[in-house]
Design a binder for this molecule. Sequence first.
Ligand code: NAP
Length: 651
Amino acid sequence: MPAQPAAGEAVTLDPARVAAAVHAADLRVLLMVLFHVTGDRKWLQAPYRPRRDVQLIADEDGGLPAEVQDDIRRAATEILSRPGFVPAITDPGDTLMQEMMSVCLGEAVPDEYAPMMRQQMGLMPRAEDLPPAPRKLAAGQLPVLVVGAGASGIAMGATLLDLGIPFTIVEKNAEVGGTWLENRYPGCGVDTPNHAYSFSWGERYPWSRYFAPREQLHDYLVRSADGFGLRPHIRFETSVTSARWDEAARCWHVGLRNPDGSSETVRAFALVSAIGQLSQISIPDIPGKDDFQGPIFHSAQWPEGLELTGKRVAIIGTGATSMQVVPTVVDEVARITVYQRSAQWARPIPRYHDPIGADAQWLLAEVPFYAAWFRFTMLWRYGDGLLPTLRKDPDWIHPERSLNRVNDRHRQQMADHIMAELEGRPDLIAKCMPTYPPYGKRILLDNGWFQAIRKPNAELVTDDIDRIVADGVVTRDGTHRPADVVVLATGFRIAQMAARLNITGRAGRSLAEEWAGDDPRAYLGIAVAGFPNLFVMQGPSTGLGHGGSAIFQSECQAHYIAVCLSRMLNEGIAAIEAKPEAQAAFVAMIDALHEQMIWTHPGMSTYYRNSRGRVVSVTPRRLVDHWTESREPDFNAFHLTPAGEELARAG
Ligand code: NAP
């Protein structure tokens, strides 16, 4: 987000650009700009009240009559062209914010969202949001060690830097970016709108589309890490091999493998796992993989420069990755065979591939508050709205196909989409129509998937795979389909999380053992009983299955951890550890909530659940709950051990 003009700061825009650009403006956003600049309440009242529009990329006219639209554009041209105008309102505060949000969207937005949105839009000065910086660090203060320089590590590092808390980030790769560095398959991109899938502070990025390709996402993370000044704090090509809590010294001893292969042990005041949920690839246990004579690889390890032109490609899996690969390569390859185990629900997103034009780019870059309110519309539309519709209605009469009335309507809409896209292909309709409720597995966006699989050179195979052979794939019915390349788009091992860092906590407790059986548990998904001064990001029960962005979650967790560290350093607390009873109560609450949610519905598999059916990945709670609790941790849930005192706890 760009820094908004400070109170009293004058702004001068190029009148010619203003006059041209207002025609590309989203009028509900422009109305909020007019109110910020003038403070005139008429812009919050009829006839300037946009209509509610639930499309992800809404119509820019705000559903307003033509003459009202003209009025807004005329006024904006005149007001924003005044040299040296000084916005009347910079930070509206919570009460006014709630009113503005509701007017902007044409629907009542609850007031609890006001502080979260002010922060996320950059209206609330960052200094006001951050916890107090440590007044004075102890001589030789040990650093915080952050593992991973993806989006989570960047959020954590930037926050620690702002607070002046010493830290080091270790990153196994040679560059920042995590999943967006590693995944390079054709068509790779984000399916969360970028104006929401980005940090709430730091430099604004000129996304070329609403859903940016992987190259821009990676570039954005590199620029953010550089812009925040993180690079000197990162040790690249360095992996964590173990971490052991030292009860007497109240610190972590962390084993590292350096770029030259040498080993080293460093000490850290606190350990933060920022290794993400999507970095452990899942290789299917299909016989004969090693017999294949051509390239065979996981989608996250796409070979650099692989030439697919004229090749016969087999792709196993139909998740988000496959959904992006297949439409991208179908016209290039001789033949593509897609092996599907489960059918997938996919939402059509009109304008998904639309570029953001020069005028809209200029508005986002130059007009104060425009980017902030545009971000707000995306945060809201891709936010908590869907969550209530993912709860089971115990009285619903069609649990075999949906959860409740709204979910049933969504099912009908997506089923209609499949029927329309695959019209004339009853064979494909039968294969592609899921039998479970929509949103039961991670929802996908239709990037041209249905159009791709109906092409003459594409085949969707739903027979089970029996084995891979030297020159192709054989299904259970004995059919051998030749292939030159096999892509394993088979997803990731989610549940191991921080346990794979080989962490030993208090009294020799092993995190891998505590979380054995793919059953990770943590207080708020962040802190683990038995593991003092350990924080995990993107941990258990914090993933997002209903909306929002992983970057938002990273920011919330970074903030929460920063509040804890700030208090520890300011109050001389040497160790912080979640109480077992607080963790157990939290896990019980999450499990009980999940019983009412779609991800425990029978009749489908989802990687959100572990092998025993417990949902370990995603949260059943709202984004606003995560944000709010990240601002005010409940320290009663922790044992806090002052420096120099014996650890006071049991268990
Ligand atoms: P995924 O969603 O886990 O999909 C894996 C696919 O492989 C599924 O269709 C699965 O079938 C199939 N599969 C797994 N093991 C198999 C086996 N032994 N035999 C046959 N089929 C098998 O993985 P993904 O597509 O890589 O996506 C993972 C996550 O990455 C996404 O959910 C998302 O969070 C993220 N992602 C995001 C984007 C984006 O933002 N645009 C893009 C790509 C990925 P079943 O469904 O039957 O299990």
